[in-house]
Design a protein around this ligand. Sequence first.
Ligand code: SAM
Length: 284
Amino acid sequence: MNKPIATVARTNEILKKFDLYAKKGYGQNFIVEPGIVRKIAENSKGSDQCVIEIGPGIGALTEQLSLIAKHVIAFEIDDRLIDVLAYSLADYNNIEIIHKDFLECNFNEVVDELKKQYEKVVVCANLPYYITTPILFKIFESKADIDCITVMVQKEVADRFCAIKSTKDYNALSVITQYLYNVKTIMKIPRTIFNPKPNIDSAVVQFTKYTNEYEVENESEFFDFVKGCFKQRRKTLYNNLKELGKDGEFVKECILACQLNESIRAEACDLKDFVRLYNYWRSL
Ligand code: SAM
C-alpha cells in the first residue's frame, strides 16, 4: 500500500520520477501534509456524492476526495501533469481527470450531466491563487446546482469573503458573496505545508447555499450597483452613487428613504442596507 500522495516522501518520489518542477505561472504549490488534506476532503460535504476539483496538481487532494466521494472529476490545465496523475492515482477507479483550463469549460453543462447520476455535486479545491476570483465567480454566476464550495485561497482573500461591515477587509466582494452564500473560514493553513513554500498564508473557505431572505429583481444589476457603491472607498455613498448617473437630489432621497445617514460610506452598510438601497433606486 502506497503512502498518501501528500506525504513529503511520496511527493518527492513522484516529482523525481517525472523530473517535475512546480510551474509558478500555473500557481503550483503542492500540499505536503496528509492530515490537512484529509481534513479538507472530510469537510467538503462530498461524502458519497460527486466532487469537482479544480487543479489536482499531482493528486494529493484528489486521492483523499476519491476515498470519501462516489466520483471525483478534476480539471487540470498543465499537460505535464496528465501522465503524472495517471500514475499517482492508478489505484483509484472513481476519478476522472479532464485536461482543460477550468475557465474554458461549460460549467452548467458539466454539472447538469453529473446531476443525472449523483444527488449532490460539490466543489473542493486548493485553488491556483492567480485566478481565485475568476474561478469562483465562474461558479457563482453559473447558477449551476452546487451545494457547497470548499476552497483553499490566500488568507487575505478569505478575510475579504468573510468580512463584516466597518472592517478593513469589507468590500463589494464580501457583500456579493454573502448575498449568495453562507461563507465561513473553516481552516487556517500555514505556508509551511507546501512544496514549494509560497510567501503567504492560506485559509480554507466554505460557501454553502442558503435560503436568501433578500432577493433582488436583477442580480447582476445589483452586483454592479454594489461595486459602484464601493468604487472609491474613501468617498461617501452619496458621492459614489452620484457617479451611477442619477442626480444629487435623487441620490439623497434614496439614502434618507433607507434610513441611512447622508454622510455614510459603503463600508458602514450591511447587506440588508444594500438590498434596500438598490430596491429603492430601481423602483423610481
Ligand atoms: N491540488 C494540488 C494540491 O493541493 O497539492 C495542487 C494545487 S496548486 C495550488 C493549483 C493547481 O491548479 C495546479 O495543479 C495548476 O496546474 C492548476 N491550474 C492552474 N490554472 C488552472 C486552470 N485555469 N484550470 C485548471 N487547473 C489549473
